[in-house]
Design a protein around this ligand. Structure first.
Ligand SMILES: *Cc1c(COP(=O)(O)O)cnc(C)c1O
Length: 397
């Protein structure tokens, strides 16, 4: 990293994930991230640095040099996310997919083998199965809820184990400590997409993950008004690998978008607390509904990953997937009958959304993904839980 070589005034020191702030609670650190806005003219909110380039000297590489490499607003978000996830550094990218492709490019090379969780976000599936194979990366699908299956799938060329927990949309819960142990025994990197949980509910680095991926479009942004992502590194060597790769790939978050995510982070804890409470009530309501075949929510004792989730998460999240006792076409019709839930892809915002993975987010993944045709995915927002339940009753008929 050439950009941090030159000593700078306090406001531009490299992000620190240790020090006074890390001794405080998650809630306080979300409000007061490591890079203080007040270093800039006493500002309480982080300023948005809308500049492409910075005045500098000829020979000394400065921290602020060119905004693709580093920008104060983006760096404030990056050090904030690294701190909240318990990592050493983060790269804020232009989307969640930008973060996942960054991780793939940083970790894999021609001849690498990747173990991919058998239930992942549709775009992740497309990247690994439709694009990386053209670059000579071999991808094997494994149900990562079964550590023995992972152990059997590892090869000498396995560069990375990539999983999502809870997964999209089937809410599979991966035992992070068990999977990390197997990956590391084989010198492979463990990368975990923790978007469904967000750092307030789950921090995979604490269980041994080397990289955490977030689509900040979702809970971190929290208001359905920005697209962004982040890749967070657990150790300095991985931090350099991600940062150097990001510098040349260029898929970085703009200063304005970084600022929006930074603002969203400040209310993450309170939003999540309410969302988890409403989601639990809604999952319990749906579980006893006569038109429902199965509810996928880690907070239900009937969920196969409930015990693992209770161990590694401090709440069960806001996504409730529900398999209706019907076919794909009738499930699609149910989607159009909601009045309070909005029919839209994406999740993690203040407004409740409903979508139909079979026809919408997961239409490209095919039968290997085992996504029931009558599955609906609900993202629970901050509306009244009573009214959300009334709306479900209306739509289900
Ligand atoms: C949305 C999502 C992504 C992709 O993020 P974008 O910001 O849309 O690129 C990746 N993983 C999960 C789990 C997601 O929900």
């Amino acid at each position: 990293m050439t950009t941090d070589a030159n000593p700078q005034p306090p406001s531009t020191q490299a992000p620190a994930s240790t020090g006074t702030s890390s001794r405080r609670s998650f809630d306080s650190r979300a409000i007061h991230p490591p890079e203080a806005a007040t270093d800039y003219a006493g500002s309480v909110a982080m300023p948005i640095f809308l500049t492409s380039t910075f005045q500098r000297s000829v020979q000394l590489a400065e921290r602020w040099d060119y905004s693709r490499v580093a920008n104060p607003t983006r760096s404030a978000l990056e050090s904030c996310l690294a701190d909240l996830e318990g990592g050493i550094d983060a790269v804020a990218t232009s989307s969640g997919m930008g973060a996942i492709s960054l991780v793939a490019m940083a970790v894999c090379e021609a001849g690498s083998h990747v173990v991919l969780s058998d239930n992942v976000y549709g775009g992740t599936w497309d990247l690994f199965s439709g694009l990386l194979d053209r670059w000579g990366v071999e991808v094997g699908l494994v149900d990562l809820t079964d550590p023995d299956a992972l152990a059997a799938a590892m090869r000498p060329t396995t560069a990375m184990v990539y999983g999502e927990t809870p997964s999209n949309p089937l809410q599979k819960v991966i035992d992070l400590a068990a999977v990390a142990q197997i990956a590391h025994r084989h010198d492979a990197v463990l990368a975990i997409d923790s978007t469904f949980a967000s750092p307030v509910l789950q921090r995979p680095i604490e269980f041994g993950a080397d990289i955490v991926v977030q689509s900040t479009t979702k809970y971190l942004g929290g208001h359905s008004d920005v697209i962004g992502g982040a890749a967070i590194a657990a150790d300095p060597e991985m931090a350099v690998r991600l940062r150097e790769t990001a510098r040349v790939l260029g898929s970085i978050e703009s200063p304005f978008d970084a600022w929006q995510v930074l603002r969203g982070v400040k209310t993450l804890t309170v939003r999540m607390r309410q969302i988890c409470e409403s989601a639990q009530r809604i999952a319990e309501y749906l579980e006893q509904h006569p038109r429902v075949r199965r509810v996928y929510y880690p907070g239900l004792p009937s969920h196969p990953g409930h015990d693992v989730a209770a161990r590694q998460m401090s709440g069960f999240g806001g996504i409730v997937s529900v398999e209706l006792d019907t076919d794909a076409d009738e499930a699609a019709r149910v989607c159009t009958r909601f009045e309070l839930f909005t029919l839209a892809v994406s999740l993690g915002g203040v407004e409740s959304l409903v979508e139909h993975p079979h026809f919408m987010t997961h239409c490209t993944t095919g039968p290997d993904a085992n996504i029931p045709a009558s599955l609906l995915r609900l993202s629970i927002g901050l509306e009244s839980a009573d009214e959300l339940i009334d709306d479900l009753a209306l739509a289900l008929g």
